[in-house]
Write a protein that binds this ligand. Structure first.
Ligand code: ACO
Length: 335
C-alpha cells in the first residue's frame, strides 16, 4: 500500500567541518606496526583529521557544519523546526543535539540524537523525511558528526588506521510532493551480528565507598574487519537494488553513488556487483578516513561545492556499519 504524502522533502543546503589536526599514515606507523603502503593498498586512506585538545568537542564541529549550511542559504536559525544529530560519540550520553540548538540559536527547534553508527546519517535523514512528508515540520537540520578517535584503541593496528573525525550537515525543506528530492529509502538491521563491531558498555565495581555498586564505562572500539567487509559487500548492493526497484528507477539513471566512506575496496566491490562504473562513486576517504555518521554528508558537501553534483541529477547514498545496520536513500538533487 502506498501512502500519499502531504508534502515532499528536498535538501536545500549542505555544510561540513573537520578538525585542523591531520595525521597521515606515516605518523600512525610510528605508534603501531603498519605502513603507508599497507594502509593505502588495503583501505585507500592516506590521512585523517583528528579532534584534539581539551574542550574541543564534536559538538563544536557539528555546530560549525550547521552554521555553514545555514549561511549558504542565508537562513535564519529560528526557521528550523527540528534538529537531528546522528552521532555515536556525543559529548553527553543524554544527547548533544540540544547543545547545537543553543549554539546556533535555533530556539524554535526540537532537537534529539540518533545513534546508528556509520548508518546514522541515513537513518536520521530518513527520520527527518517522515516528519516533513507527514506535514508536521517544514525545515529540518540533519547533522552527522562523530569523533571515533576518542574511542579508538590506538594500540590496535586493525582499527586505529581507519577512523577520522568530522561533521556534515544538510537542511531538509518541505516542497510539493511532485517536486520532492528525497525519492525513497530502504533500511535494515541485523542485531544477531551486533558483536562484529562494537563500542560496548562495561560494568566495573566502584570500590570508593561502602555501597560497592557497579557503575558504567565504555570499552574501546572492537571490530571483526573481515566479517564487516563481507557484510558490506554483500548487503549494500542489495539495499541499493531494493531501494531502486521500489521506486522503479533503473540503476543506469543514477548519476552518482555516495557510500559510507569505510574502505576503497568496499566501494570497488559494490561497483562491481552493481555493474556500475567506478567513476560514478564519489569518494574522499583518502583525506578523511572513516568518519562514521559524518562521512556521507562530508562527501555531499564537497561534491556540491565542487559542482560535481548538479541540479536534477539522481544520487544514491548508502550507509552501513555497527548494529549491524545499513540502508539506502535515493535523492534527486534540487538546487
Ligand atoms: N598494518 C599491517 N598489517 C595489518 C594491519 C595494519 N594496519 N591490520 C591488520 N594487519 C594484518 C593482520 O594482522 C593480518 O596478518 P596475518 O595474516 O599475519 O594474521 C593481515 O594484515 C590481514 O588481516 P585482515 O584483517 O585479513 O586484513 P584485511 O585485508 O581484511 O583488511 C581491514 C583489514 C582494512 C580492517 C578490512 O577488513 C576492512 O576494511 N574491513 C571493513 C571495515 C569497515 O568497513 N568497518 C566499517 C566500520 S563502520 C562503523 O559503523 C563504525
Amino acid at each position: 500500500m502506498t501512502l500519499l504524502s502531504k508534502q515532499g522533502a528536498s535538501i536545500i543546503a549542505t555544510g561540513s567541518a573537520v578538525p585542523e589536526l591531520c595525521i597521515n599514515n606515516h605518523e600512525i606507523s610510528k605508534v603501531v606496526e603498519t605502513s603507508d603502503e599497507w594502509i593505502v593498498s588495503r583501505t585507500g586512506i592516506k590521512e585523517r583529521r583528528i579532534l584534539n585538545g581539551i574542550n574541543n568537542s564534536i559538538t563544536d564541529l557539528a555546530t560549525l557544519a550547521a552554521i555553514r549550511a545555514l549561511n549558504k542559504i542565508s537562513m535564519d536559525p529560528l526557521e528550523i523546526d527540528l534538529i537531528i544529530l546522528a552521532t555515536s560519540s556525543p559529548n553527553d550520553l543524554f544527547g548533544s543535539a540540544s547543545q547545537i540548538q543553543a549554539n546556533i540559536g535555533a530556539y524554535n527547534a526540537a532537537a534529539f540524537d540518533i545513534t546508528a553508527a556509520c548508518s546514522g546519517f541515513i537513518v536520521s535523514l530518513t527520520t527527518a523525511t517522515q516528519f516533513i512528508e507527514n506535514g508536521v515540520y517544514n525545515n529540518i537540520l540533519v547533522i552527522g558528526a562523530d569523533a571515533l578517535s576518542k574511542w579508538t584503541d590506538w594500540s590496535d593496528r586493525s582499527t586505529c588506521i581507519l577512523f577520522g573525525d568530522g561533521a556534515g550537515a544538510i537542511i531538509l525543506q518541505s516542497c510539493l510532493p511532485d517536486d520532492k528530492g528525497i525519492l525513497g529509502f530502504q533500511l535494515n538491521t541485523n542485531g544477531q551480528k551486533y558483536n562484529q563491531l562494537c563500542l560496548a558498555y562495561k560494568d566495573y565495581y566502584n570500590t570508593s565507598n561502602s555501597l560497592k555498586i557497579t557503575q558504567g564505562a565504555f570499552n574501546k572500539i572492537t571490530m571483526n574487519g573481515r566479517e564487516v567487509y563481507k557484510f558490506a559487500v554483500s548487503q549494500v548492493p542489495e539495499s541499493i537494488e531494493k531501494c531502486l526497484y521500489k521506486l522503479d528507477i533503473p540503476i543506469e539513471e543514477i548519476n552518482w553513488i555516495i557510500l559510507h566512506q569505510a574502505n576503497k575496496r568496499i566501494l570497488e566491490a559494490v561497483a562491481n556487483k552493481l555493474i556500475i562504473n567506478n567513476n560514478k562513486f564519489i569518494s574522499n576517504l583518502d583525506k578523511y578516513g572513516n568518519t562514521s555518521a559524518a562521512s556521507i554528508p562530508l562527501v555531499l558537501d564537497e561534491a556540491v561545492g565542487k559542482q560535481i553534483i548538479q541540479r536534477g541529477q539522481k544520487i544514491i547514498i548508502s550507509g552501513f556499519g555497527a548494529g549491524l545496520t545499513w540502508g539506502t536513500i535515493a535523492i534527486q538533487w534540487k538546487y
